[in-house]
Ligand binder design. Structure first.
Ligand code: ADP
Ligand code: ZN
Length: 437
């Protein structure tokens, strides 16, 4: 970064490591004092004998207890609240992908912080005032809708709150208003492709798209490439979770080599999920986050269950904020088949490297005669002639071979017609586990 006008938030992004740590310590101390006002932390700190005055450096965070999703559920709805209810202006509920929902509260200041963070993310990726932004994710309780919406308005983009689904209208809006920047879930970006082709729209020729903010669910580098190639855009990985406001926690810069996590707003740790000890930078583990700039509902050492690593070394862009690698998935998404640990995204990575494979797939785990089997159901590309058995057999063999090479177990591969697998409105359901335990 050489010139000032490349930053949106220069004072936070161009900060030195020592200034950042000093700022983090100040904010951490305030956060802890504030958190002690909540029912949950008051109880937790006293039960575990936590003395917040003993926190003298950011590394002392390790003296504090973890917070889990179960804690948030147990304290539903108000146990984490640190301000009088009259000061709250927004409520979100986590989408409940993995069970009972949790409630997240925001004061006006929290909403300001959140919008600033998202504006910073999009500016970093190259979005500018005057651009047109279309939000293709669900509004309502899902944080990806309103989160990006206010961030885009804060940045000064013409913001189209298109919401999820209604694909033909989405494409029409993009065309009529020359949309440049979009926010979209990766599985939906894939599903929109054949619909565009059906409408006779070539995005490179007929649309003005430049930037896509893509996240909310795990996806592979291969999917990023497919989206970039088809739409003629650059895809920036976007990470967040409701418990930490929503999106805007970590985001890619133009170097697309990991997501800068905004360390002035979140304190980041990566721990071994079993020993709970910190792992060195570069090693995979569970991401643990502490809010540093949240007043309604601070959360301390939150175990996200998301598995990733900190990419060692500095980013070429010069930002001091550490980079998170692409998420492998949640620890809950990992499944064990014949003694092998597998993440759905590993299957995706293999599939999407095969040009004959279309844009949707699902993994089914089934027990037959006491043996666990993995069935991978794959849509073929719409250019494949489904009557040509020889060609289909060749594709099936190739997929089986490549998956076995990556996973070390032999899947049963079923090819299905384009657009025939079920599609979700929001986050894609990639795994159906029919086994009995
Ligand atoms: P829920 O936990 O109910 O799905 P959220 O909408 O808060 O509700 O989802 C946040 C989760 O989504 C994260 O913890 C993570 O598992 C996943 N996620 C978000 N962004 C990404 C991303 N860029 N890559 C992989 N997973 C992501
Ligand atoms: Zn960078």
């Amino acid at each position: 970064m050489t010139t000032n006008n490349q930053y949106w938030d220069e004072s936070s992004e161009a900060i030195s490591r020592s200034d950042l740590e000093a700022l983090q310590l100040d904010r951490l101390k305030l956060t802890l004092q504030h958190a002690s006002l909540s029912h949950f932390y008051k109880k937790k700190f006293s039960e575990e004998g936590v003395d917040i005055s003993s926190i003298k450096s950011v590394r002392d965070i390790r003296k504090l207890p973890f917070t889990t999703k179960q804690d948030l559920r147990d304290e539903y709805p108000y146990g984490f609240l640190c301000v009088p209810k009259e000061r709250l202006v927004r409520l979100h509920v986590s989408s409940g992908t993995t069970g009972q929902a949790t409630a997240i509260f925001y004061t006006r200041a929290d909403l300001e912080t959140w919008a600033d963070l998202l504006a910073r993310c999009m500016y970093m990726a190259g979005a500018r005032p005057g651009d047109t932004f279309q939000n293709l994710t669900g509004y309502g309780l899902f944080t990806g809708g309103l989160g990006f919406h206010y961030g885009a308005e804060r940045l000064g983009m013409l913001t189209i709150p298109a919401g999820a689904g209604n694909s033909k209208r989405q494409i029409q809006l993009m065309k009529d208003f020359s949309t440049n920047v979009i926010h979209i879930i990766p599985s939906y970006a894939l599903l929109l492709m054949p619909i565009m082709s059906e409408m006779g729209i070539d995005p490179r020729r007929d649309l003005k798209l430049r930037i896509a903010c893509v996240g909310a669910e795990p996806y592979s580098e291969e999917v990023r490439r497919r989206i970039e190639d088809f739409y003629g855009i650059r895809v920036y990985n976007s990470y967040g979770l409701s418990e930490m406001n929503g999106p805007g926690v970590a985001f890619e810069c133009p170097h697309q080599s990991g997501m800068h996590i905004w360390e002035d707003a979140y304190l980041v740790e990566v721990i071994h999920p079993k020993t709970l000890e910190p792992v060195p930078d570069g090693e995979y583990g569970e991401l643990v986050l502490t809010t540093l700039k949240r007043e309604g509902m601070p959360v301390i050492r939150y175990r996200t269950k998301d598995l990733t690593r900190i990419i060692p070394g500095e980013c070429e862009c010069g930002r001091v904020h550490k980079r998170l690698d692409r998420m492998q998935g949640r620890s809950d998404d990992m499944f064990i088949l014949k003694g092998v640990n597998i993440f759905p995204v590993q299957v995706e990575q293999v599939l999407m490297n095969i040009p004959e494979v279309g844009n949707n797939y699902v993994i089914v785990l089934r027990q037959e005669n006491n043996i666990d089997n993995m069935i991978v159901r794959v849509e073929v590309n719409d250019k494949i002639f489904v009557e040509d058995m020889r060609q289909l057999q060749r594709i099936q063999k190739k997929i089986t071979h490549d998956l076995k090479g990556e996973l070390l177990v032999t899947p049963q591969v079923e090819l299905v017609e384009p657009n025939s697998l079920p599609r979700a409105e929001g986050k894609a359901v990639r795994l159906i586990d029919e086994r009995k335990f």
